[in-house]
Design a protein around this ligand. Structure first.
Ligand SMILES: [Ca+2]
Ligand SMILES: [Ca+2]
Length: 90
């Protein structure tokens, strides 16, 4: 009986651990997830497309969309679209 309780406790701890691990993973934000919904999807591509061709100080410029190269270059262009597309679905 006691062994059964210990086993159940161990399984519970394991399941909780896995659950919190997967939650941490899904909540981890990526700079390519522009709208922060936890997924790099069409919404992010769309946001970047709206800012496409803009630059620092431009009315449509959105610093969140300027993801490439790693140190942002002040321009939203094909490099940024491509970087998001490369991580699409993550
Ligand atoms: Ca997103
Ligand atoms: Ca850029």
């Amino acid at each position: 009986m006691r062994n059964k309780i210990v086993a159940i406790l161990l399984v519970s701890v394991f399941v909780l651990g896995m659950a919190s691990l997967s939650m941490t993973k899904s909540l981890a934000t990526s700079k390519y997830d522009l709208d922060g919904n936890g997924k790099i999807d069409m919404e992010d591509m769309y946001m970047c497309a709206l800012a496409f061709g803009s630059y620092t100080g431009h009315t449509r410029y959105d610093i969140k969309c300027d993801v490439a190269p790693d140190a942002l270059d002040g321009n939203v262009n094909m490099l940024d679209i491509y970087a998001i597309a490369a991580h699409f679905g993550e």
